[in-house]
Design a protein around this ligand. Sequence first.
Ligand code: PLP
Length: 371
Amino acid sequence: MIPLLDLKAQYASIRAEIEPAVLQVLASTQYVLGEEVAAFEREFAGYCGTADAIAVNTGTSALHLALLAAGIGPGDEVITVPFTFVATVSAICYTGATPVFVDVDPVTLTMDPEKLEAAITTRTKAIMPVHLYGQMADMDAISDIARRHGVPVIEDACQAHGAEFRGRRAGSIGISGCFSFYPGKNLGACGEGGIVVTNDPRHAKKIRMLRDWGQSRRYHHDVKGFNYRMDGVQGAILRIKLRHLDAWTDARRRNAALYDQLLAESDIAVPPTEAVGRRHVYHVYAIRRPSREFLRARLDDAGVSTGLHYPVPVHLQLAHADLGYARGDFPVSETAAAEVLSLPMYPELTSEQIIQVVDAVHAAVREDADA
Ligand SMILES: *Cc1c(COP(=O)(O)O)cnc(C)c1O
């Protein structure tokens, strides 16, 4: 079976570096925050081209604290997209604010700037585009609209470590950017992790306080905070993995280029391909097919694992029924949710495996056409 992702292959390649680093943290007893986490924060900020970075325990916590630092709370509206992982929307709800959706662009499947302006009200206090699959949203158009309305942009970059928009890194364009280090992400911890990057020292200071019980200094709790701290072991592991990230991203991009080339031989739709001026880091490589379930079953028979990112848009999730949206409200997201199919994508994927996947896709498409 060709897996959707292969964490064992990655671990095997860096085991000799990871194991001593973990043992060193265990011996140091800096189990929560500590020097390794602080060093990782500096290195990841450098990687993103931002002044600061604040490590937390998950990507969801990163989103939550970035929103709180921007002053978001009950009565406010935060604009995002329904075609995302549910955490984007949950983080908005944690603050007491109301998520407001705008549909995605049919080609990139990221926030459609043409639909953004109409969603802005006097209550809009932030805009949260999602850099879906590893490709950044149209940050020029979104930033322009945000600036005109005096609303900050917070980037959900949880799938987009190292992605670029006109040469600027994901997370560095908005007031802050949020990343996840869930194991399956392009940069993954051996457990949970997240980080907020920002150029704004006031935001950085607030987020640092909020992640550690609202302490301004030891025993002094200035605000009601959270326990959202990163583990020392994860900091040490992420420092090592960060040094490999560019090579892994290059491998993902090479794999995507081979998929693009081989799939072009059939009538399979392969958005979201890389838009002009953007550097896609291919967290997910998704194809589209109206008869997706048939294709998915045939690939499974052929030993190819696939994934769905995501089959139910957030506005149609039971958990968010209280927002009052209905089927038909975001047709681009709804069609994408019905059609997308994620193919195996990870740095260690070989050309032979990609050829095998594409052969299975072509065979299924031929069979589908004959049926
Ligand atoms: C993974 C992810 C998150 C949440 O990150 P966790 O570390 O799992 O909490 C949020 N938004 C998007 C788009 C994600 O892919």
